[in-house]
Design a binder for this molecule. Structure first.
Ligand SMILES: CC(C)(COP(=O)(O)OP(=O)(O)OC[C@H]1O[C@@H](n2cnc3c(N)ncnc32)[C@H](O)[C@@H]1OP(=O)(O)O)[C@@H](O)C(=O)NCCC(=O)NCCS
Length: 145
């Protein structure tokens, strides 16, 4: 299993992972949004980036992330927005490796923080995240505009 940057020819494989991720969240998005997200992932000028896990020539996992500025540090902050491992590839350490990849990258590039959210009831994701750090006590308030 390798973790690498995406390339244009990964679109079909990435879209399969993305569709699985949206289905997991029971979410549907207009194709224009998915297409724009993929375009941002490939655009080196965009703050959105992805990392892909590949095994035996197939894409089996992804992170999609946003690198942003903050007010409490001059160093970039990474928001891990989307993490997904294909159901048939779960339980083998790919999720853990995808997060470790971001940790390594952040240390090498001088990011100040890496963070993510998940649903309180998502036991698998929470167990995985807690291998890296305990959850804090912040609550999320989100206005849809
Ligand atoms: C959460 C997810 C990314 C984990 O990926 P994975 O490749 O299976 O994870 P790993 O094999 O690296 O497992 C790492 C840890 O996750 C937890 N975990 C993985 N599979 C689990 C399962 N079936 N039951 C309970 N915990 C599990 C464990 O803590 C495991 O570590 P351990 O074996 O040392 O206890 C994957 O289940 C997934 O894509 N889920 C749907 C989308 C999602 O929830 N995304 C994250 C929130 S946005």
């Amino acid at each position: 299993m390798t973790i690498r940057d995406p390339a244009a020819e990964d679109e079909a494989g990435w879209r399969r992972l993305w569709a699985g991720y949206l289905a997991f969240y029971d979410e549907t998005l207009p194709d224009a949004v998915t297409a724009a997200t993929w375009a941002r992932i490939l655009d080196p000028a965009s703050s959105v980036f992805a990392r892909l896990a590949e095994r035996d020539g197939a894409l089996v996992g992804m992170t999609v992330n946003v690198l942003h500025d903050g007010t409490w540090s001059t160093a970039p902050i990474c928001y891990l927005e989307d993490l997904f491992v294909a159901p048939e590839a779960r339980g083998g350490g790919i999720g853990r490796a995808l997060i470790a990849d971001l940790v390594d990258r952040g240390k090498a590039r001088g990011w100040s923080r890496l963070y993510c959210h998940t649903r309180a009831g998502n036991a698998q994701a929470r167990r995985l995240y807690e291998r890296f750090v305990a959850a804090d006590d912040f609550c999320r308030y989100r206005l849809v505009l």
